[in-house]
Design a binder for this molecule. Structure first.
Ligand code: DX5
Ligand code: ZN
Length: 217
């Protein structure tokens, strides 16, 4: 049974409290919080302040997806604010290995995110020390984009590496996930499904239920 991570990028910010209560009443375990700087990605949105506010109002795991250049300061601030999993794009940091160590030192889980144009082999040396590998299934920056089916092979590749080395990391997918693309990702080996527009535009509870019930076929 996959972990479902509703992406707040698609939430109704004027209903955020209600929507989080609805989510908390489902099987979803994470809240996915996208943090963007208008530089690494062309969009600007949440930061450590919202992570801190969320922390005061929910016990759901705060799965923070950090899409910023030179993420060192943001990583520190998001960790202190109460993020639980901090996933960043390794190409944004001059020293991604050190950054993962720093996230662990702050007592948090560390993830690395692979842009659709970044090969897994580029960052193979980080895989033994991460808690989560995020395979982006769209180019990062916006909700509501179309799933890239070419990424299914990449998910399967990460799964093979994980099994061959007995790594413990979770395999998360993000972008264009619905019940159908989610099924394909689960089949390929993903066990954490981020979904924004699918969850918030199709009725939060039934959409989360549909994703939670997916099983590897
Ligand atoms: C995109 C973000 C996603 C986004 C997904 O860069 O990282 O988390 O919210 O939205 P959907 O599920 O609508 O593609
Ligand atoms: Zn995301």
């Amino acid at each position: 049974m996959p972990v479902v991570a509703p992406s707040l990028l698609s939430a109704d910010l004027f209903q955020l409290g209600n929507q989080i209560e609805q989510i908390a009443a489902t099987t979803a375990e994470y809240l996915h919080v996208d943090i963007m700087d208008g530089h690494y990605v062309p969009n600007i949105n949440f930061g450590d302040k919202i992570v801190g506010e969320l922390r005061q109002h929910t016990e759901l795991t705060l799965d923070c997806h950090i899409m910023v250049d030179q993420p060192e300061q943001v990583i520190h601030d998001v960790a202190v604010a109460g993020g639980d999993i901090l996933t960043f794009h390794p190409e944004t940091s001059d020293h991604p290995y050190r950054q993962i160590q720093e996230i662990h030192r702050l007592g948090k889980k560390a993830g690395i995110a692979f842009d659709p144009g970044t090969a897994i082999s580029t960052y193979a040396d980080l895989l033994p020390i991460v808690d989560q590998v995020l395979v982006m299934t769209v180019s990062p920056g916006f909700g509501g984009q179309k799933f890239l089916p070419e990424m299914l092979n990449k998910i399967a590749q990460v799964k093979r590496i994980q099994q061959a080395n007995q790594y413990q990391f979770d395999i998360e997918v993000d972008g264009g996930i619905n019940d159908q693309t989610g099924q394909q990702c689960v089949n390929a080996g993903a066990n954490v499904l981020v979904a924004g527009s699918y969850v918030f535009k199709n009725g939060i509870t039934p959409a989360i239920m549909a994703l939670s019930q997916l099983q590897q076929e």
